[in-house]
Write a protein that binds this ligand. Structure first.
Ligand code: FAD
Length: 446
């Protein structure tokens, strides 16, 4: 089997890239590890224990061991994520290089045309939190239409444009012409049913869109890493988040029962049941600068989640309604170790900023002390699931996504972000994939 271009991973970046290249006349093969289709039900985060549409990755957050779920299906993590779409601000892109504000804006305009995310009404939890911070609330758009989630795979529709799509196709590594590692990439190797290398597929160009964890794994398994001058998996970025429990019945006197989802039992959620759309996890956020950060001016995003997580994640353990507080310009970095473990950033300065922010939020929400049970003095550490930067532009790839010093191999997903913008990465992944697709098309390697 062969193709002009093999795109690895049918997540947001892969769907954009495959569509744009086939429109420009390439014969494109899109390979996706996942075999099962994700539910199109809006609001559902199918990342719970029984999910068949995620891969799970070992991670550490300080002393705590955890697993990071990533979408493993057509649409990638965009088929299981919160679906909130916020663009980067121009200032965030200055650090990417002088041309990026323009390239990003063009890519974002193309992405907006296809995805057409829309605003959702403000639910009671968001309304209560917004009222505590006058003038700070921002509406965020959702990748959904009514009860239906719209993934990038739906919106860019690669097969509809003529892309050959293969599911259940897990790429273990790229193939090197004449076996010279780091020379010319001339295809990919797929895993067989037992996990061993099986089939080989030839291509003029291979474009990795397997996500921050997946693309780093393929690069490393192909022999690229510190030894070849490619700092793969080094200094990854995340938006560290802490969670405040909403003590029963004290969100402005409102019930803390799930917004919009039937409260079927104390323990069970209804996330897996059919029926109406679930509420968007987030419809609005509150952006705050936290005092005391000096020149760094730490900025947090307060996330009034619309419902307790077990209402939206099938099989998740019951828990209270929570408010998230995420640091959007952290100083800490993490890494993806050679064994694949993701060491999430765990920086004491960032942790201190988040504890300060949690205190501010609790004080504003419950000035009468009713939030004593919220845990603001020791908020629960968590992660936004926004990992990026495992193959950064300028260090592992160039401005066009080409792996430095290597022919025939590019990366075009969240891995390439030089700096994580102060927003969820989903919309930016789409904008960047559009921008990088334009570069590939300009060169037309097919
Ligand atoms: C639970 C969750 C919630 C999130 N919520 C939000 C949100 O609300 N807003 C926001 O902005 N961001 C959110 N994010 C982050 C956002 O979804 C990701 O940044 C984005 O999906 C990354 O896109 P990507 O194309 O880089 O990779 P991915 O979405 O991870 O897609 C990669 C694809 O490649 C496939 N793949 C991986 N390895 C291989 C291989 N070796 N061979 C073949 N195929 C492979 C995978 O199966 C997957 O389909 C969330 C993420 C998660 C996990």
């Amino acid at each position: 089997m062969r193709a002009d271009v093999v795109v690895v991973g049918a997540g947001p970046a892969g769907a954009v890239m495959a569509r744009r290249l086939v429109e420009a006349g390439a014969d494109v093969l899109l390979l996706e590890s996942g075999e099962h289709a994700a539910s199109p039900r809006a609001g559902l985060l199918d990342v719970g224990p029984g999910s068949r549409v995620v891969s799970r990755h070992r991670a550490r957050l300080g002393e705590t061991e955890l697993e990071l779920p990533r979408g493993r299906t057509l649409g990638g993590s965009g088929a299981v994520n919160g679906g909130y779409c916020t663009p980067a601000r121009p200032r965030d892109l200055e650090a990417w290089g002088p041309d990026w504000p323009r390239r990003y804006a063009t890519g974002l305009a193309r992405a907006a045309e296809r995805l057409r995310p829309g605003l959702a009404p403000m639910g009671p939890v968001a309304a209560r939190v917004a009222a505590a911070f006058p003038g700070r609330v921002a509406a965020i758009a959702q990748a959904r239409r009514g009860g239906r989630r719209v993934t990038a795979f739906d919106a860019w529709d690669p097969p509809g444009a003529g892309v050959r799509v293969r599911t259940g196709a897990h790429v273990t590594r790229v193939r090197w012409a004449r076996g010279v590692v780091g020379g010319r990439c001339d295809g990919v190797v797929l895993a067989g049913p037992g996990g061993d290398d099986d089939e080989e597929i030839a291509a003029r160009e291979v474009i990795l869109c397997a996500g921050s964890i997946g693309s780093a794994a393929v690069l490393r398994a192909s022999g690229l890493g510190p030894g070849t001058g490619h700092p793969v998996g080094d200094r990854v970025q995340e938006h560290p988040e802490v969670l405040l429990d909403v003590p029963g019945g004290v969100v402005g006197g409102l019930s803390t029962a799930p917004a919009g989802a039937a409260d079927t039992s104390a323990g069970g959620g209804d996330a897996a049941a059919g029926g109406d759309a679930l509420p968007p996890l987030l419809s609005h956020v509150i952006r705050l600068e936290v005092p005391g950060g000096g020149a760094h001016r730490p900025e947090v995003e307060v996330r009034p989640y619309a419902a307790a997580m077990h209402r939206l994640i099938p099989g998740a353990a019951p828990g209270p309604l929570r408010i998230g507080i995420a640091l959007m310009n952290p100083v800490g970095h993490g890494r993806i170790a050679a064994d694949g473990t993701v060491w999430l950033p765990d920086d004491p300065h960032d942790a201190a900023v988040l504890t300060t922010a949690a205190g501010i939020v609790a004080e504003r929400l419950w000035p009468d002390g009713a939030g004593a049970g919220a845990g603001a003095d020791r908020p629960l550490p968590s992660t936004s699931q926004h990992l990026s930067g495992s193959a950064r532009i300028g260090e592992v790839v160039d401005e066009a996504g080409r792996v430095l010093g290597v022919a025939g191999l590019r990366v075009a997903d969240a891995s390439v972000f030089p700096v994580l913008p102060r927003c969820g990465p989903y919309y930016s992944v789409l904008a960047v994939a559009e921008a990088l697709a334009a570069e590939v098309i300009a060169e037309r390697p097919w």
